[in-house]
Design a protein around this ligand. Sequence first.
Ligand code: NAI
Length: 253
Amino acid sequence: MRLENETALITGAASGIGRSTAERFAEEGARVIVTDVDGDGGEAVADDLAADGAEAEFHELDVTDGEAFHAVVDAVDESYGLDVLVNNAGTGHPSSRLEDTADSMRDFVIDVNVKGVWNGCHAALPHMKDRGEGAIVNVGSLASILGLPKQAAYSLSKGAVLNLTRAIAAEAGPYGVRANTVCPGFTDTALLEQYLAGRDDPEAAREAMAEEYPLKRLAEPEEVADAILFLASDEASFVSGHGLVVDGGFSTC
Ligand code: NAI
């Protein structure tokens, strides 16, 4: 699954799944464009990759800022040609019933999780279509295919990501561009820590969650990164519009 001479831009790459994805792409020889709203964290990831011999650079980017997203994508495409876009940046929200969820929280989640992905696709698609090739991988969630209680805003946003991806696959396929979604189950990252922090006993809650998975554990970010890598690679050359569930079998039983 080598990605030599390929350039991949990954959003939210300072932490968790995005960071692991940046590391896996670098291992496969890709030039990695690390982006994140977290300047120090993103810089540190790019520095670590470069120290290990990878070609990596950091661009501070808030995915909710469409103009800024266009500027970064345009610059990267002009310098190297953008082959892969991984729209990974995302946010959660404290668990609450729909009727107790503030409009501002709903809007915040949609801004990051939906408009952020939209902005990335909006910026990258013209370049990829012009060149007649490219792969977009959007990070959805089990909440793309399941409705999670007390996670209505998150479910709304991640459902939108899956169907947006399908629309892009249909629209951009004739130009040689593929688009897919990865739908992870609970994955051991800072986002999960935040989710668990709202519980009375976070460690007990984590163990109870893991117990519900057939594999009796949660995902490691590297396992999600491997699925993203596959969807971005030539090994997935005829896979488009797909939602690849990475949940240890949770949603099938
Ligand atoms: P994380 O919290 O470890 O990493 C998220 C990264 O996104 C952080 O570096 C953060 O600074 C960045 N970010 C947040 N808002 C941003 C913005 N507006 N612009 C640019 N960067 C921004 O979380 P994790 O778990 O690695 O999440 C990555 C993706 O995976 C998200 O889309 C999330 O919804 C999704 N996901 C996570 C699951 C989990 O259990 N951890 C399960 C299913 C999906």
